[in-house]
Design a protein around this ligand. Structure first.
Ligand code: CU
Length: 400
């Protein structure tokens, strides 16, 4: 009996009492490197969520931990997942040292529940708990984020998904949610600088930079849905290799099939969500990344001199007298960064990282891998893709 009660308590905590996963009318959304927010039923049938806004330590990737501002100790905050028609009751406790409010981005609700400090409600002062309550009339991919001292609070990580499934949803086999963000963390320091307006140095999927981003593992033939959200400062053209997808919805609603255009890149501007779908019919390890050239990169100085094509032999000896061990770089490109293993300042990621089965990938930042495999038993990391014989580009002897 005790065991049973314990089990029910645990299941309540993860919010599946009465709605076992296999009976859900939807495929639960996966937030890679993140989590889904637990909820419980209230007596009147409302789904109850608890959010605390506070500070946390967050790992961007192995070797880099930042002082972030978080929802329930995480950035992005846990994904809130509901069904169209649900009554939501959300308690928000402010554990910061300044006021805040939580805005439910894209959601149609009573004006006083919109979560804009000063405009639609009093600010949630430190130590206070506010209750938000509204019925979810829509389905789609929405967001929640700070709407009090936004520049600082969102700049340090206070954002998350609010996903509402349609009542008669076409189930995806794999349904992923990825939040975009960019940060400026001065090399050697730990607190992101929210005052930076344009020159960011860390670019993240769900607040993780490659190689710290979890791969998206799917089975050949799976119907895949990827929901992408952005409340950052920059737009991000998110690109998938090996496939064309269709953008099926925005945070404004579903896109009619007649208006869905096949594409390989979807631009997600600040204040937007985009939901893309495709059938994973091509096995392999397919790159999924932001296509801005500096965004699948980690902490780099952008203000370095351009020495591409410049022979630095003559300056090397002069500089070495001043800076012992100085290594001229960049003459033939930056790829050598991959192989040097140079130690950067404390708490900084190498500009490029990650290892593929053929060597260093020369990637960082907003980058992960869609791993599509035949005959998977589960969705654990499937290991290297076994390329069919004769299908890998390789060196040839040109004399033959
Ligand atoms: Cu980008």
């Amino acid at each position: 009996m005790f065991r049973m009660l314990f089990l029910i308590a645990v299941l309540s905590l993860i919010g599946v009492v009465g709605v076992r996963a296999e009976n859900l009318p939807y495929t639960p959304v996966l937030t890679p490197n993140g989590s889904t927010m637990p909820w419980v039923w209230d007596k009147d049938g409302a789904k109850v969520f608890h959010i605390s806004v506070g500070k946390c330590k967050h790992e961007i990737s192995k070797g880099m931990i930042i002082n972030a501002w978080c929802y329930n100790g995480q950035t992005p905050g846990p994904t809130i997942e509901v069904v169209e028609g649900d009554l939501l009751r959300i308690y928000v406790k402010n554990e910061l040292e300044e006021g805040t409010a939580v805005h439910w981005h894209g959601v149609f609700l009573p004006n006083g529940m919109d979560g804009v400090s000063g405009l639609t409600q009093k600010s949630i002062e430190p130590g206070q708990t506010f209750k938000y309550e509204f019925r979810m009339k829509q389905h789609g991919t929405f967001m929640y984020h700070s709407h009090g001292d936004e520049m600082v609070q969102m700049g340090l990580g206070t954002m998350g998904f609010l996903i509402s499934h349609a009542k008669n949803e076409i189930k995806a086999d794999r349904d992923f949610a990825i939040f975009l963000n960019e940060w400026f963390v001065e090399p050697g320091t730990k607190t992101p600088n929210p005052n930076i307006m344009t020159d960011f140095n860390i670019f993240t999927f769900n607040s993780r930079a490659f190689p710290g981003t979890a791969p998206l593992v799917v089975k050949t033939g799976d119907r895949v849905r990827i929901r992408i959200g952005n409340v950052g400062q920059e737009s991000h053209p998110i690109h998938l290799h090996g496939y064309a997808f269709k953008t099926v919805a925005t945070d404004g609603g579903d896109i009619p099939p007649s208006a869905q255009v096949p594409d390989t890149t979807v631009v997600v501007f600040p204040g937007q969500t985009r939901t893309v779908e495709f059938v994973a019919d091509a096995p392999g390890d397919w790159a999924f990344h932001c296509h801005r050239r500096h965004h699948p990169m980690n902490a780099m100085g952008h203000d370095t001199a351009n020495v591409l094509g410049v022979n630095q032999d003559s300056v090397k000896d002069v500089v070495r007298k001043l800076v012992p061990g100085y290594m001229p770089m960049g003459e033939n490109g930056m790829d050598e960064m991959n192989y040097m293993g140079m130690k950067g300042p404390e708490n900084t990621l190498p500009m490029m990282g990650g290892q593929g089965q053929f060597g260093p990938t020369g990637m960082g930042g907003m980058f992960t891998v869609l791993m599509v495999r035949d005959n998977l038993k589960d969705y654990d990391h499937p290991g290297d893709y076994p390329h069919p014989k004769g299908t890998v580009a390789d060196v040839v002897d040109e004399s033959k």
